[in-house]
Write a protein that binds this ligand. Structure first.
Ligand code: ASP
Length: 356
């Protein structure tokens, strides 16, 4: 079967044996765009990366780009693309010390979260990055983001990678991927991780927050979990939400998991029709996970009277998880935990550091 990508080897012109090997997986997004002769933005051919980022030549690294044939705006990303990214990490895991994924910012937190669940036992850096301005633009943030992401993906301490998890590097910050959220579409500081400390900050040096980084797991073996389920939905509550909207979502044919975005510390309307609708869904074996609409803080079911019914009918608390991590975790859990009890037990605990 034809691979969905082509491989491009980058000459970093070093006479020495490279210190590390990094694979760049190029999926699309703004970072890789340049202006064509008509001044329209078009995806860039990574073959010419050294023209855009000449300082890459100074790295003493083996760099290979896996460039997808079909480069996408990340609004079009789907679980099929997640399988392709995870598959590349699986196929080249032994050959490379670290992986960079160039991805559009719009859904980067969803993809980074999904990939974190799909790569069980990961012991190498998988660093997502992108840019707010295309690499071909004079003031672009693309060069700095790409260069520092490569540096982080190749750095080792005592022969071990410093980072051994899925992260996002953007605008000087290294964040845990499944804790991140896109919060800004105009300024360069596009991502935040409100409920988890920054993993590293790049200034004159890259300062790592060792107590927040996931430790290297000596015994871990990579297992790649593909084909994650899509029979899931997100229901955001709002004042005036109608019964027909809630019933409509809960009666979707084949629905197996619902993430409900509630207010504050997990509170929702207490009207009978609302609780009854959720209760009927739970009785039909639909898993319901409660996450907060707030960026910071966490769900504490039972703290207010307005979340007590949710608790008593069996809605699962998502604690301080983001919506992006919650929906991708639900997809993963429905696919790879085979009993209802296992699925529930996976949802209430952190699997990849995505919740406390
Ligand atoms: N719409 C673009 C995307 O997510 C924005 C970006 O690359 O930052 O692919």
């Amino acid at each position: 079967m034809e691979k969905p990508y082509k491989l491009i080897h980058i000459e970093t012109a070093t006479p020495k044996a490279p210190e590390s090997a990094v694979m760049i997986i190029y999926t699309g997004g703004t970072l890789g765009m340049v202006y064509n002769e008509d001044q329209a933005l078009v995806p860039f051919d990574f073959q010419n990366i050294l023209d855009e980022v000449p300082s890459l030549k100074n790295f003493n690294l083996k760099i290979t780009v896996a460039s997808f044939h079909n480069l996408i705006d990340s609004s079009n990303v789907s679980p099929k693309h997640w399988d392709d990214i995870a598959g590349l990490v699986e196929d080249y895991y032994e050959e490379y010390d670290g992986f960079i994924v160039i991805h559009g910012t719009d859904t980067m937190s969803y993809t980074a979260s999904a990939i974190s669940f799909m790569l069980e036992g990961l012991n190498k850096p998988v660093i997502f990055t992108g840019a707010q301005l295309p690499i071909g633009a004079a003031r672009s943030d693309a060069r700095e983001n790409l260069i520092t992401a490569i540096e982080i993906a190749s750095q080792k301490l005592n022969h071990r990678p410093i980072v051994s998890e899925v992260c996002i590097y953007f605008d000087n910050l290294l964040l845990r991927g499944n804790r991140s959220k896109k919060v800004e579409s105009v300024q360069f500081d596009a991502f935040q991780s409100e409920n988890y400390p920054v993993l590293a900050e790049a200034g004159v040096i890259i300062e790592y927050n060792f107590s927040a980084l996931r430790p290297f797991q000596t015994e871990a073996e990579l297992k790649v979990r593909k084909n994650i389920q899509q029979e899931v939905a997100i229901l955001k509550v709002f004042p005036g939400i109608s019964q027909s909207l809630v019933d409509g979502i809960l009666s979707i044919e084949g629905l197996r998991g619902l993430v409900i975005e509630t207010y504050g510390s997990g509170n929702a309307p207490t009207e009978k029709w609302f609780i009854d609708a959720l209760n009927r869904a739970i009785e039909k074996d639909i898993l319901i996970l409660n996450v907060s609409q707030c960026m910071g803080g966490k769900v504490i079911q039972g703290r207010y009277q307005t979340s007590m019914d949710l608790q008593s009918i069996g809605v699962i608390s998502g604690s301080d998880i983001t919506t992006e991590a919650a929906i991708t975790k639900m997809m993963y859990v429905l696919s790879h935990a085979h009993t209802k009890e296992m699925q529930q037990s996976y949802l209430i605990k952190p699997l990849r550091g995505e919740m406390e």
